[in-house]
Design a binder for this molecule. Sequence first.
Ligand SMILES: C[S@@+](CC[C@H](N)C(=O)[O-])C[C@H]1O[C@@H](n2cnc3c(N)ncnc32)[C@H](O)[C@@H]1O
Length: 242
Amino acid sequence: MSAYDPIATLYDPWSTSVVEDISFYVEEALASGGPVVELGVGTGRIAIPTAMAGVHVIGVDSSQGMLDVCAKHARDAGIADRLDLRLGDLRRPPVDERVTLVTCPFRAFLHLRDDEERLEALRAARALLRPRGRLIFDVFAPSREDIEETDGRWIEREPGIFERADWDLREQTLTLSVRGPQGESRMTLWWLEPPRWHALLVEAGFEVEACYSWFDRRPYDGGEDTVWIGRRNESAQIATET
Ligand SMILES: C[S@@+](CC[C@H](N)C(=O)[O-])C[C@H]1O[C@@H](n2cnc3c(N)ncnc32)[C@H](O)[C@@H]1O
């Protein structure tokens, strides 16, 4: 069972204030011409507005609960025909189609625990892309201040929804606990410094086209967040390419 299954109906109220990335991903989807593969599609926070903008989305997620919520949102919004939801692991996405854009919004790659898993996921994303297609994702690496402020404390993120971060600096893990009226869960995230993400992208066969600090496309300035645009490098030799 996925750690997201018990909180599938809590996820939207929990992430209600996370809106800064939506127009960025929708713009990129429109610019790609679609269809888009979204890895870790969740409840469709990005996929629903993308489909509403007219772009066909193939959404992959390992949580059936999250996909069920997403499917309901799609029906309610009248865009179910533009959203193709598939249960599966983003390291082995159940997708035969080839697209010009693959996305992995809101830090879903931080669920990958080591470089082996990260490379598997990045190479799988590359294999979904048409020549010169792009992979766009965002991740973070916490600041000392963030760790000191939040470590081990329950914080009311939204009314009635509490979140606790337990940071392990040596292992570079964040154990995130959440509880609210609809359920509770705990999950681990593994963070990396930006130069490592850059190196992994190159190793997986991408050119790094941009690394932004935020969704307004300001260049990376050393902050906690990074937004990556990798373009499929056609001259790269990828041993495991399918
Ligand atoms: C932080 S949520 C992001 C959801 C959505 N993209 C958004 O922006 O709101 C991460 C999502 O990734 C999914 N996920 C985590 N690990 C996964 C894996 N190995 N394969 C597929 N989905 C995964 C989770 O089930 C969850 O829905």
